[in-house]
Ligand binder design. Structure first.
Ligand code: DGI
Ligand code: FE
Ligand code: FE
Length: 190
């Protein structure tokens, strides 16, 4: 799908500010893709669609999780975790986007996972560092994003888990799997 078409497909499903966020994620993802030898076209499409399901009614998202092969344990965790996995299904069902790499980058953009692909990392990180984000520690991650993609994802993962734990949130297993795997990779496979 051409990017102009993708943008017009996404726009009606998001609020204006969420739509602008998605465009900034795309801009960031294209830059990182250039830096790390990933297809900028794929990164741009994945980024534009990454929050596609964000405003679907909870019942609709629940229905997609129940009737698909998505992990059922999602239903035991906060509904914020549903829009990535459901979005990955919806872009195929509603727009015919069948590219597995794009689907997976969207599926795992909130939590990460073990063994993230380059595209997974670019979308996960772009969502965290896009220029509209201003949470504590983000500048440090922005700086690292230009030097070491894995280290930058590790920092984002650490910060997110730390933030969630401080506010007494639960952590979805994939968030821990991402953190542990990135940690092992930084430590040279131990
Ligand atoms: O959709 P966005 O707001 O652009 O960003 P996102 O999809 O990365 O994150 C949505 C929310 O999910 C954010 O407030 C952080 C939260 N989150 C990330 N990992 C976990 C999580 N929430 C829980 N409960 N558990 C997690 O592992
Ligand atoms: Fe999201
Ligand atoms: Fe987002």
């Amino acid at each position: 799908m051409k990017i102009d078409m993708a943008i017009e497909k996404v726009r009606p499903h998001l609020t204006e500010s969420r739509f602008q966020h998605s465009l900034r994620v795309a801009e960031t993802a294209v830059k990182l893709a250039g830096l790390y030898n990933v297809s900028p076209a794929k990164a741009e499409i994945a980024a534009v669609f990454h929050d596609y399901a964000k405003y679907r009614p909870l019942e609709e998202m629940k229905h997609w999780i129940v009737k698909s092969t998505l992990p059922k344990d999602l239903l035991l965790y906060h509904h914020e975790l549903w829009h990535g996995p459901v979005g990955a299904l919806l872009i195929q069902a509603e727009h015919g986007i069948a590219d597995r790499e794009i689907q997976e980058a969207i599926q795992y953009h909130t939590t990460g996972r073990a063994n993230m692909s380059m595209l997974d990392k670019i979308i996960y990180l772009s969502d965290y560092i896009e220029p509209g984000r201003n949470f504590p520690g983000v500048d440090e991650v922005r700086e690292m994003a230009g030097k070491d993609l894995t280290k930058a994802c590790w920092m984002a993962s650490r910060n997110t888990i730390d933030h969630l734990m401080r506010k007494q949130g639960t952590i979805y297993p994939d968030s821990f799997y991402a953190y542990n795997d990135l940690t092992n990779k930084l430590n040279g496979g131990t």
